[in-house]
Design a protein around this ligand. Structure first.
Ligand SMILES: O=C(O)CCC(=O)C(=O)O
Ligand SMILES: [Fe+2]
Length: 371
């Protein structure tokens, strides 16, 4: 601790952030003390301090001892794998589009990653689901989900998974609040945005990543360099292109057999988030950047399934603020006299602007498009 304090004395926050964000591994954090709010405050503070360091210095971390049984996390991945093996015309019965409020199934290549001057189609297929709220004013994303009813067991396991993830999200956010020196229920209070397991406008994606390799099982040259950890041109097709997430907190449940998720450090090196059985890989999104006035930064990440013989399934769950939450820098975190770097953002408007940009749903003419 002393070493760090000396090393950064008199240096700018930017210098500090650069030095610390050259991580080579992702921290693993035991959150058992946060899962039950009645746990020992010393243990809670320990977990909270680890979360604070991870959010500030990495933006990514694993959580373990989160209380969700393996039968739930493994079961939903197995069900997803079964569903994605159904014939295309069956999967299209729940096709996503403007009429379905961007909820439902998107076939391979419909999801895109945009960059200056164009976009690239991501090499995955997915089902997108959101919190369902019947009595809402119109919005492009409000509506009811297209659940994968063709396999009732999948729908049931997804619904159970949502309930479990809402609990984990709430526990982690309790730790994030404590780690910032705020009351544990800060983000649940009206002042902190009112994000509870009931009000969170959660988002969930069940994603199937077929092998990225071309005919003969070989990856393109640039994609192969990316697998080895290189930064590549944005037009190179990946399983999911480089991006950051939009909300508070993402929890990724990934299959154990393929290391595919990569996280970028401040030196431009890509660090693989190796699957750790029994863990969620967590990362922070834009809303925590605003709340902390930039102290926490969402970290860029991407996915590459380089295995020529096997596909990969993951189910990211996004624990988000309430749709109407107005998110702004938290006054108690601003040193006296500091001007906030960000104004107030409506989470729902931010989400809509991102979702409406995520798809190119018409048939594919070529793999690289013009924006
Ligand atoms: O599949 C993964 O491991 C991560 C997916 C992801 O980053 C996302 O959906 O935002
Ligand atoms: Fe992501």
């Amino acid at each position: 601790m002393q070493v760090c304090a000396t090393r950064f004395r008199g240096r700018s926050p930017l210098f500090r952030s650069f030095c610390l964000r050259t991580f080579k591994t992702l921290p693993v954090i035991d959150i058992s003390a946060l899962v039950e709010d009645r746990q020992d405050p010393t243990d809670q503070k320990h977990a909270a301090n680890s979360l604070h360091a991870a959010c500030r210095d990495v933006g990514f971390f694993y959580v373990v001892n989160h209380g969700v049984p393996a039968s739930v996390t493994d079961g939903v991945l197995q069900e997803a794998r079964q569903w994605f093996s159904l014939p295309a015309e069956v999967k299209q019965q729940i096709a996503l589009g403007p009429k379905s409020s961007y909820r439902g199934y998107q076939q391979l290549g419909s999801n895109v990653t945009r960059f200056d001057g164009g976009f690239q189609r991501d090499h995955h297929e997915a089902i997108d689901l959101y919190k369902e709220e019947a009595d809402r004013e119109a919005s492009p994303v409000h509506g009811m989900n297209l659940w994968p009813v063709q396999r009732p067991a999948f729908e049931a396991s997804l619904r159970q998974y949502v309930e479990s993830c809402l609990g984990v999200g709430q526990a982690v956010m309790r730790g994030v609040a404590l780690g910032l020196g705020l009351p544990g229920n800060y983000f649940e209070s009206a002042e902190g945005g009112g994000t509870t397991a009931d009000s969170s406008y959660w988002v969930m994606r069940a994603i199937h990543y077929p092998p990225l390799s071309q005919a003969g099982g070989r990856l393109g040259e640039a994609a192969a360099q990316a697998v080895a950890g290189a930064d590549v041109e944005r037009h190179v097709q990946l399983s999911c292109g480089e991006h950051t997430d939009y909300g508070l907190l993402t929890l990724v449940n990934q299959e154990p057999h393929i290391p595919a998720l990569q996280v970028k450090n401040a030196a431009g090196e890509w660090i693989t988030a190796e699957p750790i059985p029994g863990s969620f890989v967590c990362n922070i999104g834009d809303m925590l950047k605003v709340y902390t006035n930039g102290l926490y930064e969402p970290t860029p990440h991407r996915v590459i399934n380089a295995d020529p013989s096997r596909s990969r399934v993951s189910i990211p769950f996004f624990y988000e603020p309430a749709f109407e939450a107005q998110v702004a820098p938290i006054p108690a975190l601003l040193p006296a006299g500091t001007v906030p770097r960000f104004g107030s953002v409506c989470y729902g408007s931010h989400l809509e602007s991102k979702v409406l940009n995520n798809f190119e749903l018409e048939p594919q003419a070529s793999s690289v498009g013009e924006a």
